[in-house]
Design a binder for this molecule. Structure first.
Ligand code: F6P
Length: 375
């Protein structure tokens, strides 16, 4: 009698709406449909190292479809560089020991780009791993969608809708900063859906003078308010050049010291970029003589109950994950592909970021309806 397969599952990286819906989809398929066993590990890869678990059964999976966040907890810890007792250590061997100790046949990792890289490392270290794409940024390569993006799009769009009334009433420029890390999907999508007058994304470095011209043109035609949707990673041409130079130094680094110096330079640029949205609003106020105000949406975009679209996506991916494990297909990400799913080798996903291509249809759509993209 073959031993019942046992699956481990963890959530890693930034939380997103729909994570619990994925856990439920995987859990119900594994437990209910295939009669296998499943163990939850807490707080991402750290829980696997520290052997902290959550029993997943019919009762713990019940009622979580609509619950935000993750019942397992999450972290940004990396298996090969984990801070333990004040020291950064490679904990891969400990993870392998606990994987074996619990008799796991597969580890399911829910996460974004960073998680895909960490999962590939564990697959290469000998574990059986299957991942699912989760992030509000929608920037995981080789999948049509990521769990969390649809809900964050709804939240950001509703925010832009609400900002219209105050901008119109006060004849103001309202600058709304939207998440997305170094990709512009969330800002571009919500900007179009919310009818923003200006949409600024990391993929298109902007010229503040051109944005001011667009806002002034609106005023001359009698519309003296504007909504500027700016991605947290969007930047001016000057800043984009500085980042590109620093990133080039990393690629050309001939020693670990050169690589560390270049990474320190990027960290300094990142730190300075933190105040970018406020500086942009002030520049636009000075150039257009319209009052400007800033709203930073922040973590509201990752909170609360997942939208029906995300619940459907999460359940589809979770169910497909159970099928792949049943068929002993490992070392893959369960990618969303149209109405279905497709297993994609982790080597094709890890280390790649899906950004908005310059010729993407959404870019053309925004331009056709008269949106200024800062260029
Ligand atoms: O990756 C999701 C995300 O929300 C990004 O959009 C954002 O830049 C980042 O996480 C914030 O990271 P943290 O949750 O660690 O502050």
């Amino acid at each position: 009698m073959a031993r019942t397969k046992r699956i481990g599952i963890l959530t890693s990286g930034g939380d997103s709406p729909g994570l619990n819906a994925v856990i439920r989809g995987v859990g119900k398929t594994i437990l209910g449909f295939y009669g296998l066993e499943i163990i939850g590990f807490r707080d991402g890869f750290r829980g696997l190292v520290e052997d902290r678990r959550l029993k997943l059964d019919k009762s713990t999976l019940s009622g979580i479809l609509t619950v935000g966040g993750t019942i397992l907890g999450t972290s940004r810890d990396k298996p090969h560089r984990m801070l333990i007792d004040g020291r950064t250590r490679d904990m891969t061997a400990v993870i392998k020991e606990n994987y074996k100790k619990w008799g796991l046949d597969c580890l399911v990792c829910l996460g974004g780009g960073g998680t895909q890289k960490n999962a590939l490392r564990l697959q290469q270290a000998g574990l059986n791993v299957v991942t699912l794409p989760k992030t509000i940024d929608n920037d995981v390569a080789m999948t049509d969608a990521t769990v969390g993006f649809a809900t964050a799009l709804d939240i950001a769009t509703e925010t832009i809708d609400r900002l219209h009334s105050t901008a119109h009433s006060h004849h103001r420029i309202i600058v709304a900063e939207i998440m997305g890390h170094r990709a512009g999907w969330l800002t571009l999508g919500a900007g179009i859906a919310g009818g923003a007058d200006v949409i600024l994304i990391p993929e298109i470095p902007y010229d503040v003078a051109k944005i001011a011209d667009a806002i002034r043109r609106r005023s001359r035609h009698g519309t003296n308010f504007s909504i500027v949707a700016v991605a947290e990673g969007a930047m001016s041409h000057e800043d984009a050049r500085a980042f590109a130079l620093a990133e080039g130094k990393i690629e050309r680094a001939k020693s670990q010291e050169q690589k560390r110096d270049a990474k320190r330079e990027i960290a300094a640029l990142d730190a300075r970029h933190q105040g970018n949205t406020l500086r942009l609003a002030k520049q636009l106020e000075e150039l257009t003589h319209l009052e400007s105000r800033v709203t930073i949406l922040g973590y509201v975009q990752r909170g609360g109950t997942p939208s029906p679209a995300d619940r459907l996506l999460a359940t589809r991916l979770g169910s497909a994950c159970g099928d792949l494990i049943h068929e002993n297909v490992f070392g893959v990400m369960v990618a969303a592909r149209g109405d279905g799913t497709e297993p994609v080798p982790l080597e094709k996903v890890a280390g790649k970021r899906k950004v908005v291509p310059p010729n993407h249809p959404w870019i053309e759509t925004a331009r056709h309806v008269g949106t200024c993209l800062g260029d």
